[in-house]
Design a protein around this ligand. Structure first.
Ligand SMILES: Nc1ncnc2c1ncn2[C@@H]1O[C@H](COP(=O)(O)OP(=O)(O)O)[C@@H](O)[C@H]1O
Ligand SMILES: [Mg+2]
Length: 281
């Protein structure tokens, strides 16, 4: 049976009609991302890393991509911005047919997709606000590099730092911040792009539990407030259950479970972590 990330739940014993818990998710709107029967292999003789993946991301929703190490989470995210070799299938993101793009359009697409990574990827010696401003460089000429950002941009960067709760750190060197604070800077930098979609690849894997929680809450509130989809890869089940509207469980490159988070429980998601996976971790 092929399973679409969007198909309503997995069986549940609850017989009442399931309402999505988060009404901010506008399913009448068109999805910002659609993936159909995506297959990816990195080299000709290597096995498929993604095998028939379907995915839709709607405005305003926070979707957890759950899977153990090597299940294909990063590859799926990379495929959305043209960084993974698509063997077959369709990938559409922010209105772009990703498999058909030339370099210029690829750059356009990437400028519209905000990305957040496990290691934050800030420039440590630069100030926090300068790091945020670099998020807007997609839309500016290279002459705006360092120091000569427009004051309107600086204003906006400051407002975004306020949005993520660290405006008081604007002039600090990025490397002096804690991990949780650095991830907030990275989120502000992504927002500086005016993204139509946010992809967060293991954004809390380097953070302690308290910071993980606050960063995931921030991402979800951004999805909700900005009305954009946020896809967050996670390998920790309780975090996915607590901080998403929908969960997609990936195992060996296949979606094996998918549904609204309130309709899923740890038992239904257990298959994502079958024993054989644990052996090689
Ligand atoms: N650039 C690459 N070249 C070859 N194999 C890769 C590459 N990137 C990832 N893989 C392989 O693809 C599989 C899925 O990896 P990945 O998408 O990184 O999974 P996850 O993010 O869930 O840990 C793994 O077996 C990994 O070794
Ligand atoms: Mg990964």
């Amino acid at each position: 049976m092929s399973m679409t990330a969007n198909t309503p739940p997995v069986e549940t014993t609850n017989t009442t009609t399931t309402q999505p818990a988060d009404t901010s998710t506008d399913r009448r709107a068109r999805p910002l991302v659609t993936v159909r029967d995506l297959k990816v292999r990195y080299t000709d003789d290597a096995p498929l890393v993604l095998d028939g993946v379907n995915l839709d991301l709607y405005p305003g929703e926070t979707v957890a991509l759950l899977g153990s190490s090597g299940s294909g989470k990063s590859t799926l995210m990379k495929a959305l911005t043209g960084f993974a070799p698509v063997t077959s299938g369709d990938v559409n993101a922010a209105g772009y047919d990703v498999t058909q793009l030339r370099q210029k359009q690829l750059r356009e697409l990437r400028s519209q997709v905000g990305q957040v990574f496990q290691q934050f990827n800030l420039i440590g010696r630069l100030s926090v606000i300068t790091n945020v401003l670099t998020g807007g460089l997609h839309n500016a000429g290279p002459s705006n590099w360092f120091g000569s950002f427009r004051s309107a941009d600086r204003k906006r960067a400051l407002a975004l730092l306020e949005r993520v709760g660290i405006a008081d750190k604007a002039n600090a060197e990025a490397r002096t911040l804690s991990g949780g604070q650095q991830q907030r800077v990275a989120i502000a930098r992504a927002l500086m792009q005016n993204p139509r979609v946010i992809l967060a690849d293991e954004p809390v894997a380097s953070l302690d539990p308290r910071m993980s929680k606050s960063v995931l809450e921030l991402l979800r509130s951004i999805a909700h407030d900005e009305g954009i989809p946020v896809l967050i890869s996670l390998h920790v089940l309780p975090l996915a259950l607590e901080h998403s509207d929908r969960i997609i469980g990936l195992r060996h490159g296949e979606i094996i479970v998918s549904g609204p988070t309130p309709a899923l429980d740890a038992e239904q998601l257990a298959g994502v972590y079958a024993l054989e996976d644990e052996e090689d971790e």
